[in-house]
Structures are given as structure tokens and as C-alpha cells.
Write a protein that binds this ligand. Structure first.
Ligand code: PMP
Length: 361
């Protein structure tokens, strides 16, 4: 089979060396004669692996010591509930910045658990989309926390500047941007991310939380969503997603070997610039997001002649460029180019787009 480049938004492609290593040790992990997925999460050998994965993530993101790293179940949407349950005491309000479909969904879910102040920051002018600069966000000074999504996976909007919240804990859904570029973790109260884009397979969610925010959960918080319980039990209050945790560990090691987040950020910048340049150089394709807020991970683009969409998708698929169909909310195409997507994959897409344009002008 010739090489396939998978542009799926998630579950997304994983680094080939990671998959090869997982395959190699699948049936007999570290000489145990068992697969890692068959071992107790309480066995010494598993715990050593789990601790190394956490230590590697801490190193990759320079996570300060006063933050806990939790390996949770439930995906991004699980955190849409867990965040208000843990951080929003009865009688208080949380601000939710909405810049696309995932932050909108997070706000809608949070409303089940408390008083939510929705702040819409998207602006549309003649089909062109932008967002309000973070310095202009009308954040409430006494909010329990401010939630935002720095990279909107569906809409292709990325906010690079970390908002100043003047002491209000900042909560970020980094599902589709974590580990793609350096961030100063100390600016955040809590960061969460579903694993299935830049971390590993689905089934695992990473939560990075400042210690002083633990211990204030609403009484009705289910035990498996309680951050304090998770922290006090090293994310093993119940059986964690053991295989996903192991695979995440392999991805962290791969990223470290590559030179860490700083190194991958440069590659990500190059990949995104290559694709945006191809879109902008052509009047056949377009991307309508303000250039300052264009995502480097999820790049939506539209054919000006939408009647060619099906043809584009079937021919790109046949060329080994898979999962390019845009999200149903926004239509068009979307290329998700997370850490594991090599530059050759983006180049192959650009070449295909240019040839397709020539054939269909
Ligand atoms: N937040 C963001 C930014 C996402 O991209 C996604 C999934 N694509 C989610 C939340 C929801 O994640 P899950 O499907 O793991 O619940």
C-alpha cells in the first residue's frame, strides 16, 4: 500500500515510529510475556511507565511543581462537565469566551452546573471571520474562572495571545493545540486536552491543574470527575485508560527525541505557512479567517466552486490524502496537521490541490 497521509481532526494520525514501537512490543511488553494492556495499573512495572510519562509531559511543557497532572477518562466533553463541577461553587459565576463550536458546546454544558456568563468574541464582516483581541474581552473581575478554547478545531481559529485575567483562574480547552507550541503553564489555572490529536489514542484526557484549585468540588461531583480524588490517588482512583496512557508516554518520548515542543513548533509553523500560502496564492481556494487568528493545527479551506467538493474529496482520497472533508457545521475541506503530520504530507496535499485546480479551472 502506498503512503497515506491522514488529515483527520481526531482521532488523528500518530507518529509512525510510535506505532511501530507499540506494534513491536504489543504481545510482550518489557519481557513480561503480556501486553501492556493486560497488566494491572497497580503493578510496579506499569506504575513506573505511568510516572515516566507524567515526568516527560512535565518536562515537555515545563509544568511548575504546584500543578497536578491528571490522566482522566471522558474526553474533552467529559471536561466540559468536570470543570464547572470542580471549579464553580454554588452561587458564583464563570465566564465562557466563545470563539467557535467547541467553546460554545463547553458553555452549554457548563450551564447544567451553575451560572454561566457567555461572552461571544467572534466577528464576521462580509464572510471574513475574526475575533476580539484578548485585551478587549469583557471578563468579569469576580468570575470563579474564565474558560476559553485557544484553538477551535472546527472553525480553524487560533488565539495565540494568552489573555490577562487579573487573578481570575484561566481555564483552557487545549484539545487540538496542546504540545504544538510552547505555552507558559503558570498563566493558567487549568488546562485540559482530549488525547486523540497531539497526545495519543482517544480514551485519555490530560488535565493540568493548579493545586490551590483542588478541593472545592460541588457535592454532586461524580467521584471519577473529582480532580482532588484523582490527584490524591495519582489518577488511579479507578482503573485509568491504561493502554492510552502507555501510548501517550511513547508520544512524549518521541517528541522529546525530536527536540521537544520548541522544535515541533517550528515544524508546525512551516507546515501551516506552506498550506496557507497555497490557499492564498490561488483564487480557486479560500480561507476566510483573519490571518492573525488562523489555526496552525486545523486549516479549513473552501473551493470557490462548491460543486467540485465531492470530486475533490474522492480524488484526494484516491491519492492517499484522507479525511479532508470539512466539519458539517462549516462545510468545505479541513486539513488537520497535528504534530504527527510530516511536512511531506502537507507538501503532497499542496501538490494535489495545485494539480486539481489545473484540471478543473
Ligand atoms: N474540545 C475541542 C477543542 C475538540 O476539538 C474536541 C473534539 N474534537 C472536543 C473538545 C471534544 O472532545 P471529545 O470528543 O473527546 O469529547
Amino acid at each position: 500500500m502506498s503512503e497515506v497521509f491522514n488529515f483527520c481532526a481526531g482521532p488523528a494520525m500518530l507518529p509512525t515510529p510510535v506505532m511501530a514501537k507499540a506494534q513491536h512490543e504489543f504481545l510482550n511488553w518489557q519481557g513480561t510475556g503480556s501486553s501492556v494492556m493486560e497488566l494491572s495499573h497497580r503493578s510496579g512495572i506499569y506504575i513506573a511507565m505511568a510516572e515516566k510519562a507524567e515526568a516527560d509531559l512535565r518536562e515537555l511543557m515545563s509544568i511548575p511543581d504546584n500543578y497536578k497532572v491528571l490522566f482522566c477518562h471522558g474526553g474533552g466533553r467529559g471536561q466540559f462537565s468536570a470543570v464547572p463541577l470542580n471549579l464553580l461553587p454554588t452561587g458564583q459565576t464563570a465566564d465562557y469566551i466563545v470563539d467557535g463550536s467547541w467553546s460554545k458546546a463547553a458553555a452549554a454544558e457548563a450551564k447544567n452546573f451553575g451560572d454561566i456568563n457567555v461572552i461571544n468574541i467572534t466577528k464576521e464582516d462580509n464572510g471574513n471571520i475574526s475575533v476580539l483581541n484578548p485585551t478587549e474581552w469583557p471578563i468579569s473581575p469576580n468570575a470563579a474562572y474564565v474558560h476559553y478554547c485557544p484553538n477551535e478545531t472546527v472553525n480553524g481559529i487560533e488565539i495565540n495571545e494568552i489573555p490577562e485575567t487579573n487573578g481570575v483562574p484561566l481555564v483552557a480547552d487545549m484539545s487540538s493545540t496542546i504540545l504544538s507550541h510552547e505555552v507558559d503553564v503558570s498563566k493558567f489555572g487549568l488546562i485540559y486536552a482530549g488525547a486523540q490529536k497531539n497526545i495519543g489514542p482517544s480514551g485519555l484526557t490530560i488535565v493540568i491543574v493548579r493545586e490551590d484549585l483542588l478541593g472545592h468540588a460541588q457535592i454532586a461531583t461524580p467521584c471519577i470527575m473529582n480532580y482532588k480524588l484523582a490527584a490524591d490517588n495519582d489518577s488511579m482512583y479507578n482503573t485509568p485508560p491504561t493502554y492510552a496512557w502507555y501510548l501517550a508516554g511513547l508520544v512524549f518520548q518521541w517528541l522529546k527525541d525530536l527536540g521537544g515542543v520548541k522544535a515541533i513548533a517550528k515544524i508546525n509553523q512551516t507546515k501551516a505557512a506552506l498550506l496557507y500560502q497555497a490557499i492564498d496564492d490561488s483564487d480557486f481556494y479560500q480561507n476566510t479567517i483573519d490571518t492573525k487568528y488562523r489555526s496552525k493545527m486545523n486549516i479549513p479551506f473552501w473551493l470557490k466552486d462548491e460543486s467540485l467538493n465531492d470530486k475533490f474529496l474522492s480524488e484526494s482520497e484516491a491519492a492517499g490524502l484522507t479525511a479532508l472533508k470539512g466539519h458539517r457545521i462549516v462545510g468545505g475541506m479541513r486539513a488537520s496537521i497535528y504534530n504527527a503530520m510530516p511536512i511531506e504530507g502537507v507538501q503532497a496535499l499542496v501538490d494535489f490541490m495545485q494539480q486539481f485546480e489545473k484540471r478543473n479551472r
